[in-house]
Ligand binder design. Structure first.
Ligand code: GLN
Length: 309
């Protein structure tokens, strides 16, 4: 186990909390603006099924960009890497997650990677299913199985709030439709994507999903293969190279684990062969990552030396 006692983890959360004052909660999705800036919680779930947590871990939050890595795993299972990587690339951008610029300047006209909004929209467009509802049900069922929790659902308020205001994401979809990167109806895709981003859970659920990636796609609770090993490996590699948006390089140096963040303040961390980490801290830094969450991971990584490098 990473910390010897839960008290150690509680102390680290208290220490990391100091920086939450320096960030801001996201407001471009209006409903996210209601979050409490001072919240910070963490859960750690090990492959031998022990769990440790600190902070108000009962508080639920929406996955936002963390869902991108889960949707990617599903479409890779649906179509295989060859088909998926015809529509989306494998390179980091160095630009913010919602940037549109490289869709035009980078040829061929496809998003550079599946962790930026453009790439994630292209990925969600590939989820198999005859209807919007079938695609949504398949995705939600997959997330429920990853977290081993059939109660996981989505926050309708936040989904609607994003759907009503996502003009930039819509623009990217229409741009990509011009180049056949996106094939389906854009409004239907926006409905699916905003529901996907609004999937809601607490830190322990997220830590359990991290643990599935940490065990190469096996559910630590049932030993069932939820994600084939080669696909889990692809997802973890994207988490290292692009999971923290345009802060992924610094994160790899300072912390050094596959991780994915979202603008609601979640971070999923993966310590291979050891444990998954779920963090919620809605105060964000300038690049849209949880400021308290990164501080906490830095404290943990320095103390317990879990960098994969
Ligand atoms: N739903 C958000 C968006 O598309 C997700 C972005 C994020 O978490 N960085 O803008």
């Amino acid at each position: 186990m990473v910390c010897k006692t839960e008290q150690e983890l509680i102390n680290l959360v208290e220490e990391a909390k100091d920086v939450t004052q320096l960030g801001e909660v996201a407001t471009y999705i209006p409903a996210l603006g209601k979050a409490n800036r001072d919240d910070l919680s963490v859960a750690i779930f090990t492959l031998n099924q022990t769990c440790m947590s600190a902070g108000n871990v009962e508080k639920k939050f929406t996955l936002q960009s963390i869902s991108k890595v889960l949707a990617l795993a599903l479409v890779l299972m649906d179509h295989g890497p060859q088909v998926v990587f015809q529509k989306v690339g494998m390179e980091p951008t160095g630009d913010p997650y919602n940037s549109i610029i490289k869709l035009e300047t980078h040829k061929p006209s496809k998003p550079l990677n599946p962790m930026i909004n453009a790439g994630a929209l292209a990925v969600t467009d590939m989820i198999k299913g005859e209807t919007l509802n079938e695609k949504w049900t398949r995705l939600l069922d997959f997330v429920q199985r990853l977290a081993h929790n059939s109660k996981i659902s989505y926050c309708e308020d936040i989904a609607n709030s994003e759907y009503e205001t996502a003009w930039l994401n819509r623009s990217m979809c229409y741009y990509m439709k011009q180049y056949n990167v996106i094939e389906h109806d854009v409004e239907e895709l926006m409905k699916l994507y905003t529901k996907q981003c609004s999937i809601e859970m607490h830190s322990l659920d997220l830590a359990k999903i991290g643990a599935v990636f940490a065990s190469d796609g096996l559910c630590p609770l049932t030993q069932e293969v939820l994600i084939p090993k080669d696909i889990a490996r692809i997802c973890k590699t994207f988490m290292v190279t692009c999971g923290m948006y345009n802060a992924s390089g610094e994160f790899a140096i300072k912390i050094g684990i596959p991780a994915k963040s979202g603008v609601a303040g979640g971070i999923m961390g993966v310590v291979p062969n050891q444990f998954g980490i779920g963090i919620f801290g809605p105060s964000l830094d300038k690049k849209g990552n949880s400021i308290g969450g990164i501080k906490l991971l830095e404290l943990l990584a320095n103390k317990y030396h879990f960098s994969i490098f």
